[in-house]
Design a protein around this ligand. Structure first.
Ligand SMILES: CC(C)(COP(=O)(O)OP(=O)(O)OC[C@H]1O[C@@H](n2cnc3c(N)ncnc32)[C@H](O)[C@@H]1OP(=O)(O)O)[C@@H](O)C(=O)NCCC(=O)NCCS
Length: 162
């Protein structure tokens, strides 16, 4: 859906900002810190995610440091996929993940999207707990989804008014 995320968007909550190409190294480094190989995304993939017109990333920074970020991709007129949600190790359990997730839901809902889905490893307890708490339902198991052979669970959430 080209043009879905125009550059004009300036954000309504000052602490959450839209990320761009200048954040490439920050996003890549934070993802490397969050996931071990071969699960972390290659730098080229972040390059794509930060410039593709159907993708958008939001983050929270303290100074120049990225504390956490979320990346979304619109798949069609109704559905978006949560590509990743990464919070710096020393910033976890402070509500940043939940805040970014809720912001993403509002952002997508305001643009008329109806559903968001994601995949996460079946053994990623923090993520599973956060997503369940945020209203995601497990949809199906994806066997050997990850490059290390781990299974994923696909989860979805309807973006009805909350
Ligand atoms: C999963 C992740 C994004 C959570 O971010 P966070 O900012 O620490 O989460 P929050 O502080 O907003 O926590 C919200 C809820 O998530 C759940 N949660 C978060 N961390 C948890 C943990 N270590 N164990 C169990 N539940 C956890 C809890 O239900 C929590 O609510 P509570 O604090 O009231 O109990 C973070 O741990 C992370 O970046 N992990 C590595 C990357 C990753 O796996 N991302 C998901 C990719 S799909």
């Amino acid at each position: 859906m080209p043009g879905m995320f125009g550059e004009e968007w300036a954000g309504t909550r000052p602490e959450i900002i839209r990320l761009g190409l200048s954040d490439l190294n920050r996003c890549y480094s934070l993802d490397q810190a969050c996931f071990s190989q071969p699960l972390a995304f290659p730098k080229n993939f972040f390059l794509y995610l930060l410039v593709a017109p159907d993708c958008i990333s939001f983050g929270i920074k303290k100074g120049r440091r990225l504390q956490g970020f979320i990346t979304l991709q619109v798949k069609n007129r109704e559905q978006a996929q949560l590509i990743t949600l990464d919070i710096a190790l020393d910033q976890r359990r402070r509500g940043i993940g939940k805040k970014l997730l809720e912001f993403a839901h509002s952002y997508l809902r305001e643009r008329g999207l109806k559903e968001v889905f994601l995949e996460t490893a079946v053994n990623n307890k923090p993520a599973l707990s956060l997503y369940k708490k945020s209203g995601y339902q497990p949809l199906r198991t994806l066997k050997k989804y990850y490059p290390d052979g781990a299974d994923a669970v696909r989860m979805g959430k309807k973006l009805s008014a909350e």
